[in-house]
Design a protein around this ligand. Structure first.
Ligand code: HEM
Ligand code: HEM
Length: 185
């Protein structure tokens, strides 16, 4: 069974591009923080930590732009109504989970950028040095770093819930997953 109401093409394309980048960002973030710093390596060995940090920051700012575009698009374009076959509590839960996903999607790059601002290292965007807007401050950087990390784990939890719900709908054949499908018939 399929439902006729679907998300428009812009929302669908942005959903999947952003989701792919976020998966990459989470994996990259978790990987890079475990890499040894230059000072922790024996002489002669070069740390790749800075390379991956710079990649994470550039990619993070890029996805932030896409997320902003998506939020603006979403605020100006309603979600297609859910069919009556989906109970009211499920509709409310889905709305709450989606709202949380949007909130954390925005909070991740903001907290990431904030810790970067207070770091002693410059923030670069694909090689371009961004203007320094604050003096380096270790304590503030660590606070934002802590929030960024906690949010990352909250994000992973909500994404898992979101995916489990999608898989359940797919198995049950409710037609909900087709609403966000790239395939059009
Ligand atoms: C959707 C966007 C983002 C996601 C999903 C994400 C995800 C993550 C994750 C999972 C970690 C590892 C957390 C840990 O175990 O400590 C991390 C660390 C980090 N992120 Fe992000 N991030 C995003 C955006 C950004 C942005 C835009 C910046 C900076 C411009 C940034 C800067 C950093 C830095 C510097 C760390 C290392 C923190 C440390 O040294 O403890 N992130 N990020
Ligand atoms: C980082 C990963 C993801 C994020 C941040 C994310 C975020 C979102 C958000 C915010 C919405 C609500 C759209 C709106 O009303 O404007 C949504 C809808 C949806 N997502 Fe995801 N998503 C992710 C991954 C996935 C994956 C992997 C699947 C499939 C397994 C999926 C399937 C869906 C479906 C089917 C909908 C439409 C739900 C409905 O019709 O009410 N998403 N997603």
């Amino acid at each position: 069974m399929t439902t006729t109401a679907r998300y428009d093409r812009v929302q669908v394309i942005l959903h999947w591009i952003i989701a792919a980048i976020i998966f990459f960002m989470i994996a990259l973030g978790l990987y890079m923080v475990e890499l040894p710093k230059q000072s922790e390596l024996p002489p002669g060995e070069e740390s790749v930590r800075a390379f991956y940090f710079l990649l994470h920051k550039s990619m993070g700012i890029t996805v932030a732009m896409l997320i902003l575009l998506r939020v603006v698009w979403r605020l100006t374009h309603k979600a297609p109504p859910l069919p009556d076959t989906i109970s009211k509590w499920q509709q409310r839960t889905a709305g709450a989970v989606h709202g949380l996903l949007y909130a954390v999607m925005l909070a991740m790059p903001i907290t990431g950028y904030m810790q970067s601002i207070f770091s002693k290292y410059d923030t670069k965007f694909w090689g371009i040095v961004l203007p320094r807007v604050a003096d380096a401050d270790k304590a503030t950087r660590e606070n934002f770093s802590e929030i960024h990390e906690i949010l990352a784990f909250l994000f992973i939890t909500i994404i898992v819930i979101h995916i489990v719900a999608a898989v359940k709908h797919r198995i049950a054949g409710t037609g909900i997953t087709e609403r966000m499908s790239l395939k059009r018939d």
